[in-house]
Write a protein that binds this ligand. Structure first.
Ligand code: NAD
Length: 515
């Protein structure tokens, strides 16, 4: 199966990919998390390769930025269509390499297509404002210029879409870019880049002199030491867009701030759903199930905490336990599977440790748990059972404040919405949140200033599965970045305020007389 996907995408002809068995030092082996088997080995690039890629990207960017934005949009339209052509195969590759079920793997490529479409429209809407000048015969306006060449660092769990959110928008904005993907998902990065390069090579409207048009979309696969660290410290890159853990965000944020560069940080979440007594229980259970179990709990927006009103907590838990039991776990490429493996043995170990700590902190495991993990000990892949953990009423264990990247759902009980919201907000992350209620008052309280402190707040929808049209991102330790839709494009451009004097006099602002 794996070979078919790879050959369909012509990955083996890429010099960066070789046979896993032949790999030695200087290679990273991409593994299938459902079997633990090697898929292929990828040559690691060095700091020198990184430097060359940046130089090439910077050179081509000086010509890319001169192409009118709608013409750049036309090229991005072709890129979106190329993704469409390969939608199923790319989706399967995401599944093979990352382990999310095929419907979600394909869904990720649909997101790439959606953001390409969005960027095409955006290419004609990079609007600036005009202002009335306080001075006679003066005109003021703002315009937006490309930032230059930017760095994109991505996490393993959305190996295609996170890059596409950045790349499609950054491209219409006139930037070139260098992508440093997670070393756990290099094949997806190579496949996406090959498809884009194929489109770039065929361009008639963009034939940069002395440059390769493919260099607009650079890819460098290397370790954090050889590529990641040089990238974040590189003054040639005015913007680093980095997606990953809060730990990584702290390092990246400080390094880039140290050189007064700009960051767009999309970091970890600890997302919660509040369930009110008047909630539609069917909707609630479906929303929680997808949020907590979907992608095996490996979305930044996965539901990790559930606050249930005391009058419904037992009912919710009973329904959820039944739903959890019926989740088919297995090969994510098989239709019918709803939960695939975790990404690595290390991730399984982290889930085990979190569950042991939860028990030490007084919590009760209602289903799944360490026994559920042990059930898969000989399965080959990194499988676990989705787990519900009941938190004793009135307590707030430290472990539930951390993001464990696994399908663990901590269930809390509350009597009063204000108290639930306080506890909801009392974590360091601030990405996604939701309330299930049929009461307009409860919904509006949740959405008001004193309600959710997250970047995403939903009513009667779970915490995960955002559409590309909105600005995506979160507050506090989630990093404050916004990418994808709305006006997130502004992060990829620099604003210039222009004042033009078309008169014969030189009046100064604020009425200052000088000389
Ligand atoms: P990670 O932090 O381990 O790695 C993310 C990326 O950062 C990788 O490419 C890694 O190589 C790179 N990196 C790490 N240290 C670096 C350094 N010092 N310099 C340069 N690059 C460095 O995260 P992960 O395990 O791949 O992904 C899971 C995490 O990502 C979770 O915390 C999840 O919530 C988060 N995430 C957030 C979003 C979002 O939009 N908020 C989306 C997806 C994933």
């Amino acid at each position: 199966m794996s070979t078919t996907i790879l050959s369909d995408l012509d990955i083996f002809s890429d010099p960066r990919v070789t046979d896993a068995k032949a790999a030695g030092d200087g290679y990273i082996v991409s593994e299938n998390p459902a079997t633990g088997e090697a898929i292929a080995a990828v040559k690691l690039q060095s700091r020198a390769n990184y430097d060359t890629a940046v130089e090439k990207a910077m050179r081509v960017q000086t010509q890319w930025r001169m192409l009118p934005a709608p013409k750049r949009g036309e090229i991005v339209r072709q890129i979106g269509n190329a993704f469409r052509e390969h939608e199923q195969t790319l989706g399967e590759l995401v599944t093979l390499e990352m382990g999310k079920i095929k419907a979600e793997g394909v869904g990720e490529i649909v997101e790439c297509i959606d953001i390409a479409d969005f960027a095409v429209g955006l290419s004609r809407q990079l609007y600036g404002l005009t202002m009335h000048s306080e001075r006679p015969q003066h005109r003021m306006y703002e315009q937006w210029h490309p930032m230059g060449t930017i760095g994109i660092i991505t996490a393993f769990n959305f190996p295609a879409a996170v890059w596409a959110w950045n790349a499609m928008v950054a491209a219409v904005c006139g930037n070139a870019m260098i992508w440093k993907p997670s070393l756990m998902t290099p094949l997806t990065a190579i496949a996406m880049t090959n498809i884009v390069h194929d489109v770039m090579q065929k361009q008639d409207v963009f034939r940069p002199s002395g440059c390769d048009p493919r260099d607009v979309f650079g890819l460098v696969i290397g370790t954090d030491g050889e590529v990641g660290e040089p990238m974040i410290n590189d003054r040639r890159l005015p913007l680093i867009s980095a997606t990953g853990s809060c730990r990584m965000g702290r390092v990246v944020g400080q390094a880039v701030a140290g050189r007064l560069g700009r960051t767009l940080l999309e970091l970890g979440g600890n997302n919660a759903i509040i369930v009110m007594p008047d909630a539609d229980m069917e909707l609630t259970v479906r929303g929680v199930l997808f949020g907590a179990v979907g992608t095996a709990g490996q979305r930044c927006t996965s539901t990790r905490r559930l606050f249930c009103h005391s009058s419904v907590v037992d009912d919710v838990v009973t329904r959820l336990r039944a739903a959890y039991k019926s989740v088919p776990i297995g090969d994510p490429l098989e239709s019918g599977t709803l939960m695939g493996p975790l990404i690595s043995a290390d991730a399984v170990q982290q889930m085990t440790a979190a569950l042991q700590t939860a028990q030490q902190q007084g919590c009760e495991i209602l289903c799944g748990g360490v026994n559920g993990i042990a059930r898969f000990a000989d399965a080959g892949g990194h499988f676990v059972e989705p787990t519900i953990v009941r938190v004793p009423k009135g307590s707030d264990p430290d472990i539930a404040r951390e993001e464990t990247f696994a399908p663990i759902l901590y269930v809390f009980e509350f009597d009063d919405l204000d108290a639930a919201m306080r506890q909801h907000n009392a974590v360091s992350q601030g990405l996604s949140s939701a309330i299930f209620t049929d009461s307009v008052r409860s919904a509006e309280r949740f959405l008001s200033h004193g309600g959710s402190d997250c970047g995403i707040a939903n009513v009667n929808i779970g915490t995960s599965g955002a559409e590309i049209g909105g600005a995506f991102g979160g507050e506090k330790d989630t990093g404050g970045g916004r990418e994808s839709g709305s006006d997130s494009w502004k992060s990829y451009m620099r604003r210039q305020t222009c004042t033009i004097n078309w008169g014969n006099d030189l009046p100064l602002a604020q009425g200052i007389e000088f000389g």
